[in-house]
Design a protein around this ligand. Structure first.
Ligand code: APR
Length: 244
């Protein structure tokens, strides 16, 4: 399953980056966004995942996010997440850059996680910026409001049309530019600017490997494509790294 050039690159690598999307968490039971079973087939992003929609109908947006928070709180990291976390024993630097908001990389034990699209376990007041935990959110009925300034509280996730958090983005670019081997895992690679990272890494000299169930727009541009489930491929890769 793993090519000789990849094994050689891994043997000499100091810095590994894993750039992950919804496919990474699919085997934990989090639905992906695109494709036949994707979330955006059933719900419209313009009604749920943008700021104007939130201001227009905070009840609907909060109903959806409270349901997603409950689903995500009940699931567990899968063998793919654990394999990435275990890579830290074998390389000097391992960075995760994730588009996922589900916190599963941290829960699996990864220590350097750049969250490009936020984290569903966090919330903040759009009036004064104060942060709130999910526990505090669930204590309030309906639409949560800030006890300090009475502003609306929103989930700390990046919606369509919003800028990525500066620090997370800058750290992701730095990690991509310093990667020896860069894995793009379980992402359709269509949402920018996140989707530009694999090519940034390649331009900076990384060996770029895509792991996905099926080919994507990125496949033609990377050094190597491994077709399969990330929850199968990554544990096998870890075994190879251990013995390489
Ligand atoms: N293993 C590997 N790849 C998988 C698996 C799996 N078990 N299951 C699905 N995939 C692949 C699909 O083939 C698809 O290419 O994961 C990809 C998921 O793509 P999307 O649903 O488009 O998710 P993602 O790329 O993360 O979306 C980016 O879009 O709506 C937004 O903000 C949201 O962060 C998200 C962004």
């Amino acid at each position: 399953m793993f090519s000789q050039p990849l094994l050689t690159k891994l043997r000499n690598a100091e810095s590994i980056v894993a750039f992950t999307g919804a496919g990474m968490s699919a085997e934990s039971g989090v639905p992906t966004f695109r494709g036949d079973q994707g979330i955006w087939k059933k719900f419209k992003p313009e009604e749920l995942a943008n700021f104007d929609a939130f201001m227009r109908n905070p009840e609907l947006v909060w109903e959806w996010y409270k349901a997603r928070k409950q689903i995500i709180a009940a699931i567990q990291p899968n063998p793919g997440h654990y394999a990435l976390a275990a890579m830290e024993k074998h390389f000097k630097h391992v960075s995760i850059i994730t588009q996922n908001i589900d916190n599963l990389h941290r829960r699996a034990g990864s220590s350097t996680v750049h969250e490009l699209h936020g984290n569903i376990e966090r919330n903040y007041c759009i009036g004064c910026g104060k942060h709130y935990t999910n526990e505090e959110i669930f204590q309030q009925d309906h639409v949560p409001h800030c006890p300090v300034c009475n502003g609306l509280i929103r989930p700390d996730v990046v919606w369509f049309g919003e800028l990525l958090p500066d620090e997370e983005w800058n750290n992701s670019v730095t990690a991509a530019e310093h990667a020896d081997v860069f894995f793009s895992i379980g992402t359709s690679g269509v949402v920018y600017p996140a989707a530009s990272l694999p090519l940034m890494a390649k331009l900076s000299g990384a060996y770029v490997v895509e792991i996905n169930l099926e080919p994507t727009d990125l496949s033609q541009k990377v050094n190597e494509v491994i077709l399969g489930k990330s929850g199968d491929v990554l544990p096998q890769l870890l075994l190879v790294v251990k013995n390489n």
